[in-house]
Write a protein that binds this ligand. Structure first.
Ligand code: ATP
Ligand code: MG
Length: 565
């Protein structure tokens, strides 16, 4: 990662950090990434990961990975493990051990006792519904609970008994005593502890009371000495609460919460709840379905860590809400793969072409490099043969104007090979084209034909040498740019029924032993990745299309011309 490091894009959080370092407010910065282990991470989290870990790297500080595990019912070890793997796959490493908010449960309890002692927290016996009613609305102030003025001793006793398990779930809560008339509803005596008998992934059944996120988060940040606590904009109204707790407790650090806008990506959803719905309702095969915007899904599809990091760099950090076009992400992945993925040929919709003037031993195979800019990637022989596969879409009986691919009586260049003419079209009884009869110009291997220009270049494979492969083509998962914008419809109604096409095609023998997750460019077809689960090197080959080649036709032609086939 350190070599070739992209230049950081400046933004307001960098400016704050640079000021803090220049003014010696801090000598080292410490950030954190605080996921809740209640689902797999998605592209939005990737933005937060790249921001938090990226800043730590850029300013020689460090970044903690801390699980926000305060909602035991929804959290699991599986999610926690997957999150760690995702962060590392993206190319980052947290400082020291993984941290958990639950590491601080005992301290958080003590701090709550301290707030009670200060007269700043009280045990409330109102039901959840009553608390909601008493809270008021945006236009109406709240009213105080009848339990708000309990004595410190009474509160200490009730809170101790809450912890001891004397009351049923939901019977009482501990609330901060702030201001029931505040214009900011978050400050109207927020709940800081609730009773919940749920098995916790780390603390088991040790606790029956659990602290709330807002209370837990600021204290965890302070205990870890976080300098800049970066979160998304929906927490802006919670910042006064973040500061309120820290101002009242004896902490050695008071981190600064800074908010930035969430990443919203077109043609997809970025909410764990909605992604879970897609999985549960089986609209996709799982969290790692290559159509999912999850990190594990993007990985399986063939997106690269460096491509994703570059994407987060390009979209930048700001406070304005914005919807980023999926094409921006795709362009970053494409650029990354263009530079490094070996290029081979595959045929997705095969049509057989028989070379009627093929001469055994006389028709030559050619050596072709895997990447025009990277000779070190090596080369392979592209064998020729009597029967070849061409792409059905590269043939047209009634071509539109400007068609440069195969047509009856027309010529094309077979990539790395001869110029071929189609002489005859064979059809079945139903009129479907099943075979082409063609001839090659034997004087065109590695040179232009005499006296005429052949513009079109198509990919192909010698049938005797090609290997069968399952090739999965993906399109966007939704048919509309903002599937969750229409509140009258469930976002699942906008799922693209054609988002997956499973093709049975052919690939070059050169990819036979490709390890899972190997990337290729299949010439003219796009970038592909050997599936990390279903692909078997030397056996059943299965490739996922990562992204198409932009404007493949134009580029294809110019590349061929550049190489002077
Ligand atoms: P979701 O809304 O998908 O459930 P979340 O915010 O509840 O996500 P957390 O596990 O709490 O998920 O998120 C961990 C961190 O990632 C938080 O700091 C959060 O602000 C950040 N994050 C989550 N979604 C996005 C997003 N779309 N863009 C940028 N950062 C995000
Ligand atoms: Mg959250």
């Amino acid at each position: 990662m350190s070599s070739n490091k992209p230049v950081p894009v400046s933004h307001f959080i960098r400016n704050i950090i640079e000021d803090d370092l220049a003014n010696k407010k801090h000598t080292e910065i410490i950030t954190r990434f605080p996921p809740e282990p209640n689902g797999y991470l998605h592209i939005g989290h990737a933005k937060s990961i790249c921001l938090n870990f990226g800043l730590a790297l850029d300013y020689q500080g460090c970044c903690n990975l801390r699980f926000d595990d305060t909602n035991p019912e929804k959290e699991s070890e599986e999610y926690a493990r997957a999150i760690q793997e995702d962060v590392q796959w993206l190319g980052f490493q947290w400082q020291g051990k993984v941290r958990w908010a639950s590491d601080y449960f005992e301290k958080l309890y003590d701090f709550a006792v301290e707030l009670i002692r200060q007269g700043k927290a009280y045990v409330d016996d109102l039901t959840a519904e009553e608390i909601r009613e008493y809270r008021g609305t945006l236009t109406q102030p709240g009213k105080p609970s009848p339990y708000r003025d309990r004595s410190v001793e009474e509160n200490l006793d009730w809170f101790r008994r809450m912890r001891a398990g004397e009351f049923p779930d939901g019977a009482r809560v501990l609330r901060a005593k702030i201001d029931m008339a505040s214009g900011n509803i978050n400050l109207r005596d927020p709940t800081i502890y609730r009773i919940r008998r749920a098995h916790h992934i780390r603390t088991g059944d040790a606790w029956c009371i659990y602290p709330m996120y807002d209370y837990t988060h600021c204290i965890s940040d302070a205990l870890e000495g976080i300098t800049h606590s970066l979160c998304t904009l929906e927490f802006e109204d919670h910042r006064p609460l973040y500061d309120w707790f820290l101002d009242r407790l004896d902490m050695s650090a008071h981190p600064r919460q800074i908010e930035f806008s969430r990443l919203e990506l077109s043609y997809t959803v970025t909410s764990k709840r909605k992604l879970l719905q897609l999985v549960n309702e089986k609209h996709v095969s799982g969290w790692d379905d290559p159509r999912m915007p999850t990190i594990i899904g993007m990985r399986r599809r063939g997106y690269t860590p460096s491509g994703i990091r570059e994407f987060t760099r390009r979209i930048g950090i700001s406070k304005s809400e914005n919807m980023v076009d999926m094409a921006v992400l795709e362009a970053c992945i494409r650029e990354d793969l263009e530079a490094c993925a070996p290029r081979v040929m595959a045929v997705i919709k095969p049509l057989k072409a028989v070379i009627t003037n093929y001469v055994e031993g006389g028709s030559q195979s050619r050596e072709a490099g895997f990447h025009p800019e990277h000779p070190e990637l090596g080369s392979r022989l592209v064998p020729f043969g009597k029967e070849i596969w061409v792409e059905a879409d590269d043939f047209s009986e009634n071509p539109p104007a400007g068609w440069q691919r195969l047509t009856p009586g027309g010529e094309v260049r077979l990539r790395y090979s001869y110029v071929m003419r189609c002489n005859e079209v064979i059809k079945d009884d139903a009129g479907n084209i099943i075979e082409l009869r063609c001839t090659i110009d034997s004087d065109t291997l590695g040179k232009n034909p005499a006296g005429r220009k052949v513009k079109g270049v198509i990919h192909w494979l010698a049938a005797d040498h090609a290997l069968p492969a399952e090739i999965r083509l993906y399109d966007r998962l939704f048919t509309v740019p903002e599937p969750d914008a229409d509140k009258a419809h469930d976002f699942c109604e906008f799922i693209n029924p054609a988002s997956l096409a499973v093709m049975h095609g052919w690939v070059e023998a050169a990819v036979k032993d490709a390890a899972p997750e190997t990337h290729y460019q299949f010439e003219r077809l796009g970038y592909f990745c050997a599936d990390r689960h279903d692909h078997q090197p030397g056996g059943k080959l299965r490739f996922n299309r990562t992204v198409t080649l932009k404007d493949s036709w134009t580029r294809d032609r110019s590349q061929a011309e550049n190489r002077g086939v």
